[in-house]
Design a protein around this ligand. Structure first.
Ligand code: ZN
Length: 161
């Protein structure tokens, strides 16, 4: 397990247990990388309010022709019809964020940068997930079966495994 601290572009105040404890986040987020059913995952060690930037998806920008040439990589993030981010470098901690069909975060592209934003308030200890999109899902996830929480629950209910 790996622990770390992210520098955030925002800080916040929130109230815990009625109005007694006030916590100021000084623009830092403690996180951990832990093993999950589908490989490593990114977990927040602190509560995150709704609609906040959590982490940037970083890496060299390469052309989509280059992506097609390399094929093997699974950390490519398409920015538009021309360019993608190659998120393979280990410094790109956001690559540990797994796909979910019922995610608590989402990836938003602005110009040539990608940030993962919280979709709702996220509790301390929760795994951060976002929807990888239809194309990635059909190509890489569907063939092996999606192991996200929502799909696991559905399979369990209908007796399939
Ligand atoms: Zn799923």
């Amino acid at each position: 397990m790996v622990y770390g601290v992210l520098q955030l572009p925002w800080s916040y105040l929130f109230l815990r247990r009625a109005v007694t404890i006030r916590i100021m986040n000084k623009g830092k987020l403690r996180y951990s990388i832990k093993r999950t059913a589908h490989g490593l995952g990114f977990f927040t060690e602190e509560a995150i309010p709704s609609r906040k930037r959590i982490i940037e998806y970083t890496g060299p920008i390469i052309s989509n022709e280059e992506v097609d040439r390399r094929k093997a990589g699974k950390y490519f993030f398409g920015l538009n019809t021309k360019w993608s981010i190659d998120g393979t470098p280990r410094s790109n901690i956001a690559r540990y964020i797994n796909h979910s069909c019922r995610p608590n975060a989402e990836a938003i592209i602005s110009r040539r940068r990608v940030w993962i934003w919280s979709k709702r308030a996220i509790k301390a200890g929760e795994e951060i997930t976002y929807d990888y999109g239809k194309e990635y899902f059909n190509e890489h996830i569907k063939p092996r079966g999606c192991k996200c929480k929502k799909c696991s629950e559905n399979n369990h209910k209908s007796g399939r495994r």
